[in-house]
Design a protein around this ligand. Structure first.
Ligand code: NDP
Ligand code: GDR
Length: 325
């Protein structure tokens, strides 16, 4: 029997890699697409991976439960991956209500739709290391207390607890992946890693002469999105739903990431980086470092792409994209 998956956030970074993974495993892949006035926002990432034509899209929005119910009734998915969100932390201070509505209540809309229409469907919730925020433990595991530091993190924490609540209250097969930062050439350009690799390529190609960033001392546990979507899938193949930290187990600063990216094209970061207060946040998450031991023990998952490989792939991709043809 061919398995059917429904992915929200399919036009985003993780949605594209997860589609590719599931199609490779023989799944029928369906995506939730919110209407946009701009022409082909749908295609860009999915076309990059060559999977656009293999996916069936459905007109729906996480904020409209009736649209979710209709999609679930139509698709009858075995698995739902809820990746849709307002996912940019900085924007969440400018749009706290929208962020709460999409990234928090949106998940509850989906859980409720599953409960009403299709309680056998397995559910994946895209939880985040941002929930740890002002951390008190040096390495964050599934047992570390949460302390969200942004409207985004607070919204995601609500969605995280509601996923646990629906599992415990109604017996849904609902799991959360507490994913630490993961990047790729498909990362949105506003996130720091992609902003850096895009900036490096522009400087190397003579299209820019500096790169303005915010807090260079922030530290993150950065992995590759391609590795991380595998963990999402593994969670839904388990007999028992659960929550898992997905991380590399190493952390480096934004400054270190810059050094690696500039060095890859033979430049020195300190010659080009400037600091601009506009990119600072009202409240910062200074350091994140995940402990992925449970995922390794129970799912057999571990990150396979090194930070060096990730940086090189991202810089090379931006160099190719921006180079004159
Ligand atoms: P992206 O920002 O690349 O993608 C977000 C997706 O959500 C897009 O497809 C977007 O659609 C969709 N979306 C936004 N609003 C709505 C809405 N109202 N209804 C339906 N869909 C909507 O995120 P990533 O791929 O990086 O991340 C995937 C998920 O994982 C997100 O939930 C994110 O918060 C979470 N996460 C990400 C981490 C990371 O490091 N990347 C780490 C931990 C968690 P559109 O194209 O129309 O804008
Ligand atoms: P983050 O990612 O907030 O961790 O959320 P982002 O890349 O935006 O920031 C990482 C760190 O870099 C610092 N920083 C800058 N950030 C941006 N965007 N732009 C800059 O110029 C800049 N300079 C320094 C930030 O202050 C921060 O400390 C991502 C998202 O994908 C979330 O959806 C996800 O949940 C978490 O990762 C895990």
């Amino acid at each position: 029997m061919t398995k059917r998956a429904l992915i929200t956030g399919i036009t985003g970074q993780d949605g594209a890699y997860l589609s590719q993974l599931l199609l490779g495993k023989g799944y029928e892949v369906h995506g939730l697409l919110r209407r946009s006035a701009s022409a082909d926002v749908v295609g860009s990432r999915l076309n990059f991976l060559g999977v656009r034509d293999s996916i069936e899209m459905h007109d729906a929005n996480l904020t409209d439960i009736t649209s979710l119910i209709r999609v679930i009734e139509t698709v009858k998915p075995d698995e739902i991956y809820n990746l849709g969100a307002q996912s940019f932390v900085k924007t969440s201070w400018q749009q706290p209500i929208l962020t709460g509505t999409v990234s928090g209540l949106g998940a509850v809309n989906m859980l409720e739709a599953i409960r009403i229409v299709s309680p056998e469907t397995r559910y994946y919730q895209a939880s985040t290391s941002e929930m740890y925020g002002l951390i008190q433990e040096p390495r964050q595991s599934e047992k570390t207390p949460f302390y969200p530091r942004s409207p985004y993190a607070a919204a995601k924490l609500y969605a995280h607890w509601m996923t646990i609540n629906y599992r415990e209250s109604f017996g849904l097969h609902a799991s959360s992946g507490i994913l630490f930062n993961h990047e790729s050439p498909l990362r949105g350009i506003e996130f720091v890693t992609r902003k850096i690799t895009d900036g490096v390529a522009r400087i190397k190609l003579g299209m820019a002469d500096s790169l303005a960033l915010g807090n260079l001392d922030a530290k993150r546990d950065w992995g590759h999105a391609r590795d991380y979507v595998e963990a999402m899938w593994l969670m839904l193949q388990q007999d028992v739903p659960d929550d898992y930290v997905i991380a590399t187990g190493q952390t480096v600063s934004v400054r270190d990431f810059c050094d690696l990216a500039f060095a890859h094209v033979g430049l020195k970061a300190e010659d080009y980086i400037t600091v601009d207060q506009r990119y600072m946040r009202p409240a910062e998450v200074e350091v994140l470092l995940g402990n992925p031991e449970k995922a390794k023990a129970k799912l057999g998952w571990e990150a396979t792409t090194s930070l060096d490989q990730l940086v090189r792939e991202m810089v090379d991709s931006d160099m190719e994209r921006l180079s004159p043809r």
